[in-house]
Write a protein that binds this ligand. Structure first.
Ligand code: GH3
Ligand code: MG
Ligand code: MG
Ligand code: MG
Length: 313
C-alpha cells in the first residue's frame, strides 16, 4: 500500500535544500508582462530567501541572463511582444544557457498547450494563482537540481577539478580583475614527466592513480577551490591570484618536491616515484589570458628541456 502523503516531510526536505543554498540564494528571473503578477511572485520568492528580478519585455531576456546569471527563469506564456514559448526556444538555441531551467507560469490549463510549451525547451509548467508554498517548492526543487548538475558539468570526472573550459573561464575572469584592480597574478602549467612511460610500464589504471594523487596535492596546496583545473590529460593549470612569479614559483617548487616524495604503488605492488615539470608566468601589462597561458607553456618547455622535475620561469 502506498504511504499517505506527508506534507511536513516535504516542508522539511525543502527547508534543508534552502538551508544548503543559503550562502548563495537562488536567483530567479521573472519574465511577465503583468506588473501585478510579477510583484506578487517577487514577494513570495523573496520571503523564501530567494533573489528575483522582473522584466516585462521578454526581448530583454538574453541581456538579463548575462547580467544576472539566474539559477532559474520563471516565464509567462502570453505576452504582447513575444510568447514565452518562443522566448524559451530562443534561449535554448544558446548552448551556454542550456543548463538554466525554464519554468512556465501561466494561466493556461490546457494540458496539450502546456506540453507544447514544454517541448520548446521548458522544464516545468505551473499554473497561476497557485499557493505560495507550492510555487516556492517547485522553484526550489528545480533550481537545486540544476545547480547540482551545473556543479558536475564544470568539473573533470577523474579528479573533480575544474575542467579545461572552466579553468580557462576562471583565468579569463581573474586576468580581467587583475588588470582592473592592478593586482598581481601568476599562472602555472604542471605536467607529469614521462607519463607515457608510466602508462606503458604500469598500465592505465596506475596512470590514473598518479593523476589523482597529483590532483589531490594541487587541491590541498593551492588554496581556493577554483584555482586548479585539469587542463588536459596529465597537465594541470594553477591560478595564483595576488602572487608575483617569485612567490608562485616558491610555492610550486614545494609542491613539486612533495609530489616527487609520494610513493606510487604499481599493479604488482612494486613502488615507484613520479615527478612533474612546472612552467610559471606572471601577468604583464595588457596581456590576455591566452598570452599568459602561452608564456607558462614556454616556461614549461624550458623546464622539460633543462632535465624535468623542476620549475621553469
Ligand atoms: P613529458 O615528460 O615530455 O611530458 O612526456 P610525457 O610522456 O608525459 O608526455 P606525452 O604528452 O608524450 O604523453 C602524455 C600521455 O598521457 C599520453 C596519454 O596516453 C596519457 N594520458 C592522457 N590522459 C590520460 C589519462 O586520463 N589517464 C592515463 N592513464 N593516461 C593519460
Ligand atoms: Mg501574460
Ligand atoms: Mg607529460
Ligand atoms: Mg603533457
Amino acid at each position: 500500500l502506498p504511504k499517505p502523503f506527508n506534507p511536513q516531510q516535504l516542508i522539511d526536505r525543502l527547508d534543508s535544500l534552502q538551508e544548503q543554498a543559503r550562502p548563495d540564494p537562488f536567483r530567479v528571473l521573472i519574465v511577465d508582462d503583468s506588473e501585478a503578477v510579477a510583484r506578487w511572485t517577487c514577494g513570495v520568492l523573496s520571503d523564501a530567501g530567494m533573489l528575483s528580478k522582473h522584466i516585462q519585455n521578454p526581448l530583454e531576456v538574453i541581456l538579463l541572463i548575462e547580467r544576472m546569471k539566474p539559477d532559474i527563469i520563471l516565464m509567462d506564456v502570453y505576452m504582447p511582444e513575444c510568447s514565452g514559448d518562443e522566448i524559451a526556444k530562443i534561449i535554448r538555441q544558446n548552448k551556454q544557457y542550456d543548463s538554466i531551467p525554464i519554468v512556465f507560469l501561466s494561466t493556461e490549463t490546457h494540458r496539450g498547450k502546456q506540453l507544447m510549451a514544454r517541448s520548446m525547451g521548458g522544464d516545468d509548467f505551473l499554473v497561476k494563482n497557485m499557493e505560495p508554498e507550492e510555487l516556492v517548492a517547485s522553484i526550489t526543487i528545480t533550481a537545486e537540481r540544476y545547480r547540482q548538475l551545473r556543479r558536475w558539468m564544470t568539473r573533470d570526472s577523474l579528479t573533480a577539478l575544474l575542467n579545461h573550459t572552466n579553468i580557462i573561464e576562471e583565468l579569463t575572469r581573474e586576468v580581467a580583475r587583475a588588470h582592473k584592480e592592478c593586482r598581481q597574478l601568476s599562472y602555472a602549467m604542471v605536467d607529469i614527466d614521462h607519463f607515457k612511460l608510466i602508462n606503458d610500464r604500469h598500465g592505465h589504471m596506475v596512470g590514473d592513480r598518479v593523476i589523482k594523487s597529483l590532483s589531490r596535492l594541487l587541491r590541498g596546496g593551492m588554496g581556493k577551490p577554483n584555482s586548479v583545473g585539469r587542463y588536459g590529460g596529465e597537465e594541470f593549470a594553477v591560478i595564483l591570484s595576488d602572487q608575483t612569479m617569485m612567490r608562485a614559483a616558491q610555492k610550486l617548487d614545494e609542491l613539486r618536491q612533495s609530489f616527487s616524495q609520494l610513493t606510487q604503488i604499481s599493479t604488482d605492488s612494486g613502488e615507484f616515484h613520479s615527478t612533474v615539470s612546472i612552467g610559471v608566468a606572471q601577468l604583464q601589462d595588457g596581456q590576455t589570458a591566452q598570452q599568459l597561458i602561452d608564456a607558462a607553456d614556454r616556461a614549461l618547455y624550458q623546464a622539460k628541456a633543462a632535465g624535468r622535475n623542476q620549475v621553469g620561469l
